[in-house]
Design a protein around this ligand. Structure first.
Ligand SMILES: [Zn+2]
Ligand SMILES: [Zn+2]
Length: 333
């Protein structure tokens, strides 16, 4: 019997789709790349041709310059060789997609990164039944259970309103997390201007251009210290403890990340107010998604593979680790 998915070949640098002669999220420059989303561990510059959603392509243009681009909107199907390729929302960041590959009666879904929780900045995750579901496992341990996002935002607002003469400085990755925190704050009724570090500007502007309203945003540069009292300021995690933050009025240091569930990680960054807000599914979401997708096989790309492998075994789903390299956690959680 022919092995299921024998037309898909995982390499350390990405997933090769043989009959399409194309790579999914390759970490090295390739002739034909299918890109799930704009995070740097999935989208690299230097490919000859890129297939991705228009939003992901716009993000890649901002980061790497103009791409030789083939935009594919959600739900559209393009033919690459004998493979029908379509892009379906992954709910991870703006433009993020699961890539659905159909070839000779077999369907493989490469989910990239995904989450099933509502996110005001992107289209919700769609369950696509398939033969092989290729999943990440960033938070693939039973200890990872993300709390309710609204409750985390409320903790942030509570702190802001009860600290005399201070501001709250929130570390958040520049693509996705920063815009999501801002949009979630607006949903919870916070309509004050939100200040940002210069590194956030281009992607916040791009989100607004692509139809994600973020309310009134102002750059920290140029603002007087007194103006920042009682305000929320968003910056990249790397700026939380550097010289830049010294100009701010006695900041409460916060950080929005799924990793804030781990106390040691919060301590490493001197985070006073850890906010567990993640753009990945937690353990319950990962296992629920696998049940809903109901694939014959699960292939695991990166993260904590062991526990998820074991769970699949217990639930009679064949599972396999792919050992992709270059999938960092750094900007992407
Ligand atoms: Zn990732
Ligand atoms: Zn990502």
């Amino acid at each position: 019997m022919v092995r299921l998915g024998n037309w898909i070949e995982p390499f350390p640098e990405g997933i090769y789709v043989k009959p399409a002669d194309a790579w999914v999220d390759p970490s090295q420059p390739k002739d034909r790349a299918l890109v799930t989303h704009g995070h740097a561990d999935h989208a690299r510059g230097g490919h000859k041709a890129v297939w991705a959603t228009p939003e992901t392509l716009a993000i890649m243009d901002v980061r790497y310059g103009q791409q030789c681009a083939n935009p594919v909107v959600y739900g559209e199907t393009v033919q690459l060789g004998e493979v029908a390729v379509s892009f379906v929302p992954a709910g991870h960041v703006l433009g993020s997609a699961q890539i659905v590959l159909d070839y000779r009666g077999e369907r493989v879904v490469v989910s990239g990164d995904y989450k099933s929780r509502p996110d005001p900045t992107c289209a919700p995750f769609v369950v696509v039944p398939c033969d092989i579901f290729i999943t990440e496992a960033t938070f693939g341990l039973p200890v990872f259970r993300h709390p309710d996002t609204g409750a985390e935002i409320d903790r942030l607002l509570h702190r802001l309103h009860h600290e005399e003469g201070r501001c709250v400085l929130v570390g958040a990755y520049a693509l996705g997390k920063a815009q999501r925190v801002i949009a979630e704050l607006r949903l919870r009724g916070h309509h004050d201007p939100i200040y940002y570090h210069g590194a956030m500007e281009r992607l916040c502007t791009l989100y607004e251009t692509l139809g994600v309203p973020l309310g009134e945003l102002r750059p920290v540069a140029g603002a007087k210290k007194e103006e920042l009292v009682g305000k929320i300021i968003i910056c990249p995690p790397s700026a939380l403890n550097d010289r830049w933050s010294r100009r701010l009025p006695d900041p409460v240091t916060a950080m929005a990340s799924g990793w804030m569930r781990v106390r040691q990680r919060a301590r490493q960054r001197n985070v006073e107010l850890p906010l567990v807000i993640s753009d990945h599914g937690d353990w319950d979401a990962l296992t629920r998604t696998i049940r809903e997708v109901a694939p014959k096989e699960v292939w695991i790309t990166h993260g904590r593979e062991d526990a998820l492998m074991h769970w699949c075994m217990l639930h009679q789903v064949k599972a396999r680790e792919l050992h992709l390299v270059g999938r960092e956690e750094e900007e992407d959680d």
